[in-house]
Design a protein around this ligand. Structure first.
Ligand code: PBG
Length: 333
């Protein structure tokens, strides 16, 4: 790799002299086709009104707004959206059973999207937190322990429900052990052989998820509780590879690392090690801190949005879930 003669024969600046030269030799390419927009969908108008104007991408959409939003995104070259439901309190329960209601909000949102933009790929989150009264991703016992096997039973029903409704990709974000294999089997049993599993394989117990939890309405439910008995310790790196290896063995199609910028090293290791499709999730806290700096004019929005996404791609991510997807796609036009 390092066979060049030294300076002055080699001048690294030679290839940086002209903008065309720089693009000819650039190693990383960011296109709208590899950006995925997360979208929050509200069960009713009242829930939809309740969001922070400073963080417009976390806005809760009505189904009517969803139909036009996905059209716009598709016109910008975006090929996939990830949808997250904001459920009314009256439909939340300890076991989160609303998660596999075939007439629930997510199946309705899938139908809405498929109606207006049939080709757009729909990613649905598989986890119970939008539906549980306690805000945890799984089912709990009386002492608030998360029950792995009971949770898997609910998750498999949820994944099949979403695939039945037409989801192209199911994305288990719950971090239970063994859920990928169980979900693959359940999907195949229901003849959903082509439903893709995008696993949140290396998902850290990160506080960067806080604005998301507020948008979802699970933050107040969770209170001071955390998710550290299932999400990964932020101090670990080898463990992320172990998680990814297990999920691949169980039948995952795509690996995801989350959050993104705090985990560029993990994205890099995962891509190098497994050489399978790897996605990263630039999460709500990353969106919020960038947005705050843009608002104060501490950072330049147009260039920093692209720089943040390019750095995640350069680390090894093939596609990126980002609240900046729409704005980035506009900037890339
Ligand atoms: C829940 C889920 C979370 C995110 C995606 N799916 C939050 C959590 O684990 O508490 C976070 C996304 C973000 O912060 O943007 N299963």
């Amino acid at each position: 790799m390092f066979f060049r003669p030294p300076y002055p024969q080699t001048r690294m600046r030679r290839l940086r002299r002209h903008p065309y030269l720089r693009t000819l030799v650039q190693e990383t390419h960011l296109t709208p086709q590899q950006l995925i927009q997360p979208l929050f969908v509200a069960a009713n108008d009242e829930l939809a009104q309740n969001s922070d104007p400073a963080l417009p991408a976390l806005r809760r959409l009505t189904l009517t707004q969803l139909a036009t939003t996905v059209k716009d995104l598709s016109a910008l070259g975006i090929t996939a959206v990830a949808i997250f439901p904001v459920i009314e309190h009256s439909h939340k329960s300890d076991d989160g059973r609303e998660a596999y209601n075939a007439k629930g909000l997510v199946p309705q949102a899938i139908a809405t999207i498929k109606n207006s933009t049939p080709d757009l790929q729909i990613i649905t989150d598989v986890a119970l937190d939008p539906f549980t009264s306690h805000g945890q991703d799984g089912i709990t016992d009386k002492k608030n322990n998360i029950l792995n096997e009971d949770t898997i039973a609910a998750l498999t029903r949820q994944a099949v429900c979403y695939a039945d409704a037409g989801a192209d990709i199911v994305a288990p974000s719950d971090m239970m052990d063994g859920r990928i294999g169980a979900i693959r089997n359940a999907l195949d049993d229901h003849h959903h052989f082509h439903t893709v599993i995008l696993t949140y394989a290396a998902k850290y117990a990160s506080d960067y998820y806080y604005p998301f939890r507020q948008a979802l309405g699970s933050a107040e439910r969770l209170g001071s509780a955390d998710k550290k008995t299932y999400q990964m310790n932020i101090r670990n790196s080898d463990e992320a590879l172990h998680e990814c290896a297990l999920d691949l063995q169980e039948g995952a199609d795509i690996l995801m690392v989350k959050p993104a910028m705090p985990c560029l090293d993990i994205i890099h290791r995962v891509k190098k090690t497994f050489q399978v499709p790897v996605f990263a999730y630039q999460v709500s806290g990353e969106y919020a801190m960038h947005s705050a700096a843009f608002h104060r004019q501490w950072l330049n929005k147009e260039t920093i949005i692209l720089e943040s996404l390019i750095s995640i791609k350069r680390a090894g991510s093939d596609a990126i879930l980002s609240y900046f997807a729409r704005e980035a796609a506009e900037l890339l036009q």
